[in-house]
Design a protein around this ligand. Structure first.
Ligand SMILES: NC(=O)c1ccc[n+]([C@@H]2O[C@H](COP(=O)([O-])OP(=O)(O)OC[C@H]3O[C@@H](n4cnc5c(N)ncnc54)[C@H](O)[C@@H]3O)[C@@H](O)[C@H]2O)c1
Length: 258
């Protein structure tokens, strides 16, 4: 196959969680630009509508489903709605995530906040993986891409503490390895993207001091724009990465090379 043809997604269906904003909106746009229809899941309905407009502007079909990924019934219903609408599921971006509300050390951290972050960033990833794998396994085909973080590969406190976030992201990095092994003989590839600092709604990217600290921490001397995730996302979603599974693709301006 011609190398550029390996990246084509014509006729495919992608499901993206956290599709209303940031990296999720970029994943949805990238999938549509490469030819896929997109099911957008999020708790932010207005944001999802904007993403759906971008998908439809590419001539692709979009579906928006309000879904809190930390609620297993909502996830099951949303995946069923996507399959009902499109009849198949080829690509999943398991991406919705939240950050710790404040930079607290563990001895200052309260249990409800711990459970909130783990509920979305770890339980949510499990629920979305489980429900979508139920659809992919009988078809013996599929691509699962989990948005982890460079903070899944190292502690964050060289910059700021985020104990629940780093615990969840470390867990999904190893869950990615486990899923890669579990489904290697099922025709399903499971990989993670580990972003460094990307300008989205997740961080305090408007605060000049925070921005300067993130840029200084990054060997390239800057943070990334959200759209810079599209190329790595398409690689993992397409036939170009067919012999790759259980891996993390680090996209961080060099941070993890230090
Ligand atoms: N931006 C970065 O620098 C960065 C770095 C590493 C990893 N990440 C990861 O990227 C992913 C996307 O984050 P982002 O940076 O685009 O942030 P963002 O805040 O711009 O987007 C996150 C989206 O997830 C949605 N969401 C939050 N909780 C949800 C829930 N319970 N159910 C469904 N949707 C929910 C939000 O409404 C939002 O649309 C997250 O997993 C995040 O941890 C981001």
């Amino acid at each position: 196959m011609d190398v550029l043809e390996q990246f084509a997604l014509d006729g495919k269906v992608a499901l993206v969680t956290g599709a209303a904003s940031g990296l999720g909106a970029q994943y949805a746009a990238a999938m549509a630009e490469a030819g896929a229809d997109v099911a957008c899941l999020d708790v932010d309905e207005a944001g999802m509508r904007e993403t759906a407009n971008v998908v439809e502007a590419q001539g692709r079909r979009a579906l928006t489903v309000r879904c809190d990924v930390s609620d297993e019934q909502q996830v099951a219903d949303a995946v069923a709605a996507a399959v009902d609408r499109f009849g198949r599921l080829d690509i999943v971006f398991n991406n919705a995530g939240v950050a710790d509300a404040e930079p607290l050390l563990v001895h200052e951290y309260d249990t409800p906040e711990w459970r909130r972050v783990l509920g979305v960033n770890l339980d949510g990833v499990f629920f979305v993986a489980r429900e979508t794998l139920k659809v992919m396994v009988p078809r013996r085909s599929g691509k699962q891409i989990i948005t982890a973080s460079m903070w899944g590969l190292t502690g964050s406190s060289s910059l700021f503490p985020a104990p629940a976030y780093v615990a969840a992201k470390g867990a999904v990095v190893n869950l990615t390895r486990e899923l890669g092994l579990e489904y290697a003989r099922h025709g399903i590839q499971v990989n993670a993207i580990c972003p460094g600092f990307f300008r989205t709604r997740l961080g305090d990217f408007h605060d000049e001091q925070v921005l300067a600290a993130m840029s200084d921490f990054t060997p390239m001397g800057r943070i990334a724009e959200a759209e810079e995730i599209k190329g790595p996302a398409l690689f993992l979603a397409s036939a170009a990465s067919d012999f790759m599974t259980g891996q993390t693709l680090v996209v961080d301006g060099g941070c993890m090379a230090k």
